[in-house]
Ligand binder design. Structure first.
Ligand code: GLU
Length: 452
């Protein structure tokens, strides 16, 4: 059976780092198994869904290099949900309910006040036909609940959490459709997972109790013959795995993380590969390492390494991973982001000094000039004049120059190197001078030494 995973964002906002992590892990699960990774746009909520967010989701996944193999939109699949709903209704697995929000709120308060769990009391199920007719005559449109089977214990083997068990009577019959006919998340998602042949559902642990309910929905849908065609999931449901949530370094769910997305990363100069390397392993027993090669990350990707403790996202760690990834990047992959004239040799010289690719320009300026030299002592000025004389151009001008000066002046260490670096670049530190000097060029180098 081919592995099929899906990432199912609601287009009501931008993707944040938590969503990105879920998308990545679903992508990895599919890629590793040679399967298919689908994007499912959960846009049943017409009021809150926006087209610009759909576009941004696609663009963000593209930038991250985890583009899906296919896309479905719930807003275009309404007929499927309608059909499933009618079947469940005919089988007595959904029922109309007429309580208002306020009434439900009050019931919950009373239950909590009595120390009882706030589970829906199924009052709507007890209504007689006459009572229902009276409600409708008053113009009250019903919302619809899925009727859980209280006799069927819910259990599954979770890919991360291990064996899970739920007593259905401890759960409320979920509302699956609003009074205005619109869908809530619960039923469409299960219908789609069956219809799209999704084999593995990997999502955040905030969905665990949804999974309990959806397992009964899957079973009910099978019972009403929804998958009569050759659906790979015939008579069963996907493998479920729920990953621990992503929290800030301080161990809490933070507002900042909830809005930290691709734009912010890009603006900060974070490479997609750094985000991928970090999120691939955060919350697992494997170390976060600056691995730019996806095949390596895929090789080691394994749900059994995922822990139950919240995964801690630390910006400083991301910065470290990013710098290490930048240091590995080939000229070809960054060429179009570099200043004009900066070639492969220049990239190679400058790369080890960068935390972000967009700092390359500042270092390249040391080559192209103009530079600002510090004030030198008389002694250093004499030394630098000697250096201008001694400069010879060849294979490796820097080592020829420093070798010669060491002999003729007796200087060594910092006294030998630092004034030269300062005169040639205006800086106390920076790229390897052996690589930098040929880029500066003979004439310019001589002029800089002479003008010190
Ligand atoms: N649209 C749902 C969400 O964003 C999808 C959950 C799921 O993966 O089933 O939470």
């Amino acid at each position: 059976m081919t592995t099929i995973t899906r990432f199912a964002p609601s287009p009501t906002g931008r993707l944040h780092v938590g969503n990105i992590r879920t998308a990545l892990h679903n992508w990895m699960l599919a890629r590793k198994a040679g399967g298919t990774f689908m994007l499912r746009i959960d846009d049943t909520d017409a009021e809150r869904s926006e087209e610009r967010y759909v576009d941004r989701i696609r663009a963000d996944l593209g930038w991250l290099g985890i583009a899906p193999d296919g896309e479905e939109r719930q807003s275009e699949r309404m007929a499927l949900y309608e059909d499933a709903f009618e079947r469940l209704k005919a089988a007595g697995r959904v029922y109309p309910a007429y309580e208002t929000q306020q009434e439900l709120e009050l019931k919950r308060k009373i239950q909590l006040g009595r120390g009882l769990p706030p589970i829906y009391d199924r009052a709507a199920l007890a209504l007689t036909d006459e009572e229902r007719a009276a409600k409708e005559a008053e113009g009250v449109a019903p919302h619809w609940r899925f009727k859980l089977d209280h006799d069927a214990i819910i259990d599954w083997e979770d890919g991360i959490r291990g064996p899970q068990k739920f007593e259905p009577a401890s759960l409320s019959d979920p509302v699956i459709r609003r009074a205005d006919g619109s869908w809530l998340y619960m039923l469409p998602s299960a219908v789609d997972d069956i219809d799209m042949g999704v084999t593995d559902v990997l999502r955040g642990e905030d969905h665990v109790s949804n999974t309990a309910v959806q397992i009964q929905i899957f079973n009910a849908l099978h019972d009403v013959g929804l998958d009569d065609n050759d659906c790979p999931l015939h008579d069963s449901f996907p493998h479920f795995a729920h990953e621990a949530l992503l929290v800030g370094k301080e161990g809490k769910l933070s507002k900042r993380l909830g809005s930290l997305g691709c734009d912010a990363f890009r603006e900060r100069g974070i490479e997609p590969e750094a985000i991928i390397a970090m999120l691939a392993r955060l919350g697992t027993s494997l170390p976060v390492e600056p691995i730019a090669d996806r095949a390596t990350l895929l090789d080691t990707f394994d749900l059994s390494t995922f822990g139950r403790a919240p995964a801690k996202f630390d910006d400083a760690e991301l910065e470290r991973v990013n710098a290490a990834i930048v240091h590995q990047m080939d000229y070809d992959t960054v060429a179009d982001r570099l200043p004009d004239g900066m070639d492969a040799a220049a990239w190679h010289a400058i790369r080890p000094n960068l935390s972000h690719v967009n700092e390359a320009g500042q270092w390249w300026q040391l080559v192209t000039g103009p530079i600002t030299q510090p004030d030198f002592s008389d002694e250093d000025r004499t030394y630098l004049a000697q250096a201008a004389e001694a400069l010879e151009w060849g294979e490796d001008p820097w080592h020829m120059l420093t070798g010669k000066l060491k002999e003729t002046t007796g200087r060594k260490g910092k006294a030998l190197f630092l004034p030269l670096r300062q005169a040639l670049t205006g800086m106390d530190h920076g790229p390897d001078m052996g690589e930098l000097l040929p880029l500066i060029g003979e004439q310019e180098a001589r002029a800089r030494l002479a003008s010190a």
